[in-house]
Design a protein around this ligand. Structure first.
Ligand SMILES: [Zn+2]
Length: 190
């Protein structure tokens, strides 16, 4: 659902003879319903480029006389640049171009008018994938990787959603504790 403000309609022909037209209700919510298709086309470590398309329909709301409108499909083509923080969390920026229009049948004539409602968008956001495993229930458990208690597997309690983890040993502390901070100078850091 998009909050949209429509400006003045201006004629594309006979501009000096025909005046423009402003809507009574300029602010409205435009609803989109669509399917999405896309593919990753490039990947460099934690960065990725995804090309995708939203294809469906749109609804401009009750203030439009929909019985004389013939709507086109709604098409939104975008390129999403992603940065992956962990297997669950990534941020993205997605510039996209949107194509939609409608034909207006002028009552009591056979003439139609084409209105284009195209738009350029830049979306910024994040995606979060729900983990498939339950979080470990044991408050004192320090395991950094997926592990089992009894015969059930759990996900680590120590895994911040934004931090990448090696599935074999975890990566919360990539530097050994004995090399960290003032421990460097200690003979026996443990
Ligand atoms: Zn545990």
């Amino acid at each position: 659902m998009d909050y949209t403000r429509m400006g003045e309609f201006k004629p594309t022909n006979f501009e000096s003879d025909i005046s423009g037209y402003s809507l009574e209700t300029q602010n409205m919510f435009v609803k989109h319903y669509y399917g999405m298709i896309g593919a990753m086309v490039y990947r460099y470590y934690e960065y990725a480029i995804v090309v995708d398309a939203n294809i469906g329909g749109y609804n401009v709301g009750r203030d439009f006389a929909k019985n004389i409108m013939k709507k086109s499909i709604y098409l939104n083509l975008g390129v999403r640049a992603e940065r992956e923080f962990s297997e669950y969390f990534r941020i993205f920026i997605r510039p996209s171009y949107e194509v939609k229009s409608y034909k207006l049948t002028i009552p009591e004539t056979t003439q139609t008018l084409q209105h284009r409602l195209n738009g350029l968008y830049v979306n910024v956001g994040f995606t979060y994938r729900l983990p498939e495993l339950r979080r470990c229930f044991l408050k004192t458990c320090h395991a950094q990787i997926n592990h089992a208690h009894g015969n059930r597997e759990y996900r680590s309690r120590r895994h911040p959603i934004y931090k990448k983890q090696n599935p074999h040993y975890g990566e919360n502390y990539p530097e050994l504790i004995k090399y960290k901070g003032k421990n460097k100078n200690k003979l026996n850091p443990y």
